[in-house]
Design a protein around this ligand. Structure first.
Ligand code: SF4
Length: 360
């Protein structure tokens, strides 16, 4: 991204004060998040992986429980996979628990439990991607780095008026400009800066609502000045936007004296190794290779239902409760689990929702 000399000067002078004000605001408001008031590199690793794709509110209620169970990186590294998955329950996206566990094992065995300080070493650790590496450098080690998640991408795009289309390309552009010191070339505490921008993106600078009048950056924000912050980060025009496909799934709750019938998701498939209710794609119009097709089940629209959403699919889940497992072709990968032992299994979020839905 190019700025004129004068723009650069204005941005630099204004930005230093305003970003310091932003940091002050963030530290006043959010210093007591559990992973902030007692800092450790290991805590940063755990919280940053938990916070990907999960709201702060949900992470708050899980972080301390997880840390009490696995208080050190060695404890986590030596834990059984099943116990890690169980401690992750309620956070969803279980692949992250696997990644965290794998990263802890490698840090414990190859780095004597010390989390490396540089990008090159961090990125070689399985389970640590670019975002987590930059979060560990900035938030963990307090060095100059920018952990670009959706919140940081949105705030930076709005403050500096990035015209690149939202997503990997825009994030790469921001990252390049940051490393070349075209943006945010300021002397600040980079831990505090990253956290403050994340806090702003979560609160005043949301995707569909920008409360610019309350925002500490409003006097240096390019798109606020232009009056169009919600147009940033730039998106594809509606006609180019991918349309979400509708998918109807039938989730069958077979519950009898043996327990609940669960299906273990196969290796190398979506939700690998998680247990879920036997699930079928309904109707003939939409095919999916994740679930067998069940064309002829009628009247399913009268069943209790709940909605979920995955990548390019909007999913209506219909839940059928029965005692009879004859309606399922039970072969490999199915097992009964007594109700009292359900919480010991690695159960998919959709299955938990289906059980909840039937209790309502
Ligand atoms: S001024 Fe408005 S658009 Fe700019 S960063 Fe603040 S909330 Fe976002």
């Amino acid at each position: 991204m190019e700025f004129t000399l004068q723009e650069n000067l204005n941005i630099r002078v204004g930005v230093i004060d305003q970003f310091e004000e932003l940091i002050e605001w963030s530290q006043m408001q959010y210093h007591d998040l559990p992973w902030r008031y007692e800092r450790s590199l290991y805590g940063t690793l755990v919280s940053e992986i938990m916070l990907q794709q999960t709201t702060v509110g949900t992470v708050i209620s899980h972080f301390e429980r997880f840390m009490n169970k696995f208080p050190t990186i060695h404890k986590l590294a030596n834990a059984k996979e099943k116990d890690v998955q169980q401690a992750w329950r309620g956070l969803g996206y279980y692949r992250r628990a696997k990644n965290l566990h794998r990263a802890a094992q490698v840090i414990s065995s190859k780095h004597q439990g010390n989390i490396p300080e540089n990008f090159k070493d961090l990125i070689k650790i399985p389970g640590i991607g670019e975002y987590t590496a930059n979060a560990l450098i900035s938030i963990g080690h307090r060095k100059r780095a920018l952990a670009i998640d959706a919140n940081i991408e949105r705030v930076i795009s709005r403050v500096f008026g990035y015209e690149t289309i939202k997503g990997p390309q825009n994030q790469k552009q921001i990252y390049q400009d940051f490393t070349r010191k075209k943006i945010l070339d300021i002397e600040v505490n980079y831990r505090a800066l990253n956290e403050a921008i994340m806090d702003l993106g979560r609160t005043y600078c949301q995707a569909r609502k920008a409360s610019c009048e309350l925002c500490p950056l409003s006097s240096v924000c390019k798109t606020k000045k232009a009056g169009n912050p919600l147009d940033y980060p730039r998106e594809f025009q509606a006609k180019e936007k991918k349309k979400l496909k509708n998918l109807h799934l039938l989730r069958v709750l077979v519950k009898n004296e043996k327990g609940v019938l669960l299906f273990r998701r196969p290796k190398n498939k979506w939700l690998e190794d998680q247990y879920e209710l036997p699930t079928f794609a309904l109707g003939k119009e939409r095919r999916t290779d994740q679930y067998p097709q069940l064309r002829f089940y009628k009247n399913y629209k009268k069943l209790p239902q709940f909605k979920t959403h995955i990548t390019d699919h909007k999913i209506s889940n219909f839940v059928l409760a029965t005692k009879d497992d004859q309606i399922i072709d039970c072969k490999a990968n199915y097992k009964y689990v007594p109700m009292s032992e359900l919480e010991n299994e690695n159960i998919s979020t959709a299955t938990l929702k289906a059980l909840e839905r039937l209790q309502q």
